[in-house]
Design a protein around this ligand. Structure first.
Ligand SMILES: [Zn+2]
Length: 221
């Protein structure tokens, strides 16, 4: 069983890692953020309820997200496992998740603040097509111009260092008890990434070996 929760601050590369999992492990990537957006688009009753909250700019209540997630995890493609990204974010959510499904591993992408800030504050976005570049790791062919549509690249407001630091502070404060929770249950595996230039494949291989040894261990007991 590969029921995995992926933890890590914004900008740690959770999305990138999760999509590799889908290809290699054959389990679905479940992002609660995407689920919420799809539900709104599909105009279901739940979707309409969610929309009311997001229109008001308030957080969608946990119970709604949990209902959505419970439904999703019952679908046949989750039988072999899943990789959960963006949930849980709090201790309460982790406890709720436990009531829906027992998870096997919580993988924590442990990236220091300065690396995240370095990465995100060098991010450039195309005004026209939304393509994302990075001054350090994914340079456009020409300075400040999109490779695809020749349009100007710009730095998004929330990619400014002071904004990123604030988001990280909020994240650390909220997830500390969550990380402790998984640690106490011996489910937490830390994957450190201290260098901005580490290619995502290297991190993925680390994660893969953690999953492999967890499976072997499980087979033995
Ligand atoms: Zn573009």
């Amino acid at each position: 069983m590969k029921k995995i929760v992926l933890l890590g601050p914004p900008g740690a590369g959770k999305g990138t890692q999760a999509s590799r999992f889908v290809a290699v492990l054959g389990v679905p990537h479940i992002s609660t953020g995407d689920m919420v957006r799809e539900e709104i688009k599909a105009h279901t009753d739940l979707g309409e309820a969610i929309k009311k909250f997001s229109d008001k700019g308030v957080l969608v209540p946990d119970e709604i997200i949990i209902r959505l997630l419970a439904k999703r995890l019952k679908e046949p493609d989750c039988k072999k496992g899943f990789i959960l990204d963006g949930f849980p974010r709090t201790l309460q959510q982790a406890e709720a998740l436990d009531r829906i499904s027992k998870i096997d591993l919580a993988i924590n992408l442990n990236v220091p603040d300065e690396v995240i800030i370095q990465r995100l504050s060098n991010r450039l976005t195309c005004r026209k097509c939304g393509a994302i570049y990075n001054r350090l790791t994914l340079k456009p062919k020409r300075d400040n111009l999109c490779d695809e549509c020749d349009d100007k690249l710009y730095q998004r407001e929330d990619d400014k260092p002071e904004v990123i630091q604030e988001r990280l502070n909020v994240y650390r404060k909220k997830t500390k008890p969550l990380i402790e929770y998984y640690k106490r249950r011996s489910l937490l595996k830390d994957v450190r990434c201290d260098d901005l230039m580490t290619p995502p494949e290297v991190t993925f291989e680390k994660i893969r070996s953690i999953i492999d040894s967890a499976e072997k261990h499980k087979a033995r007991v």
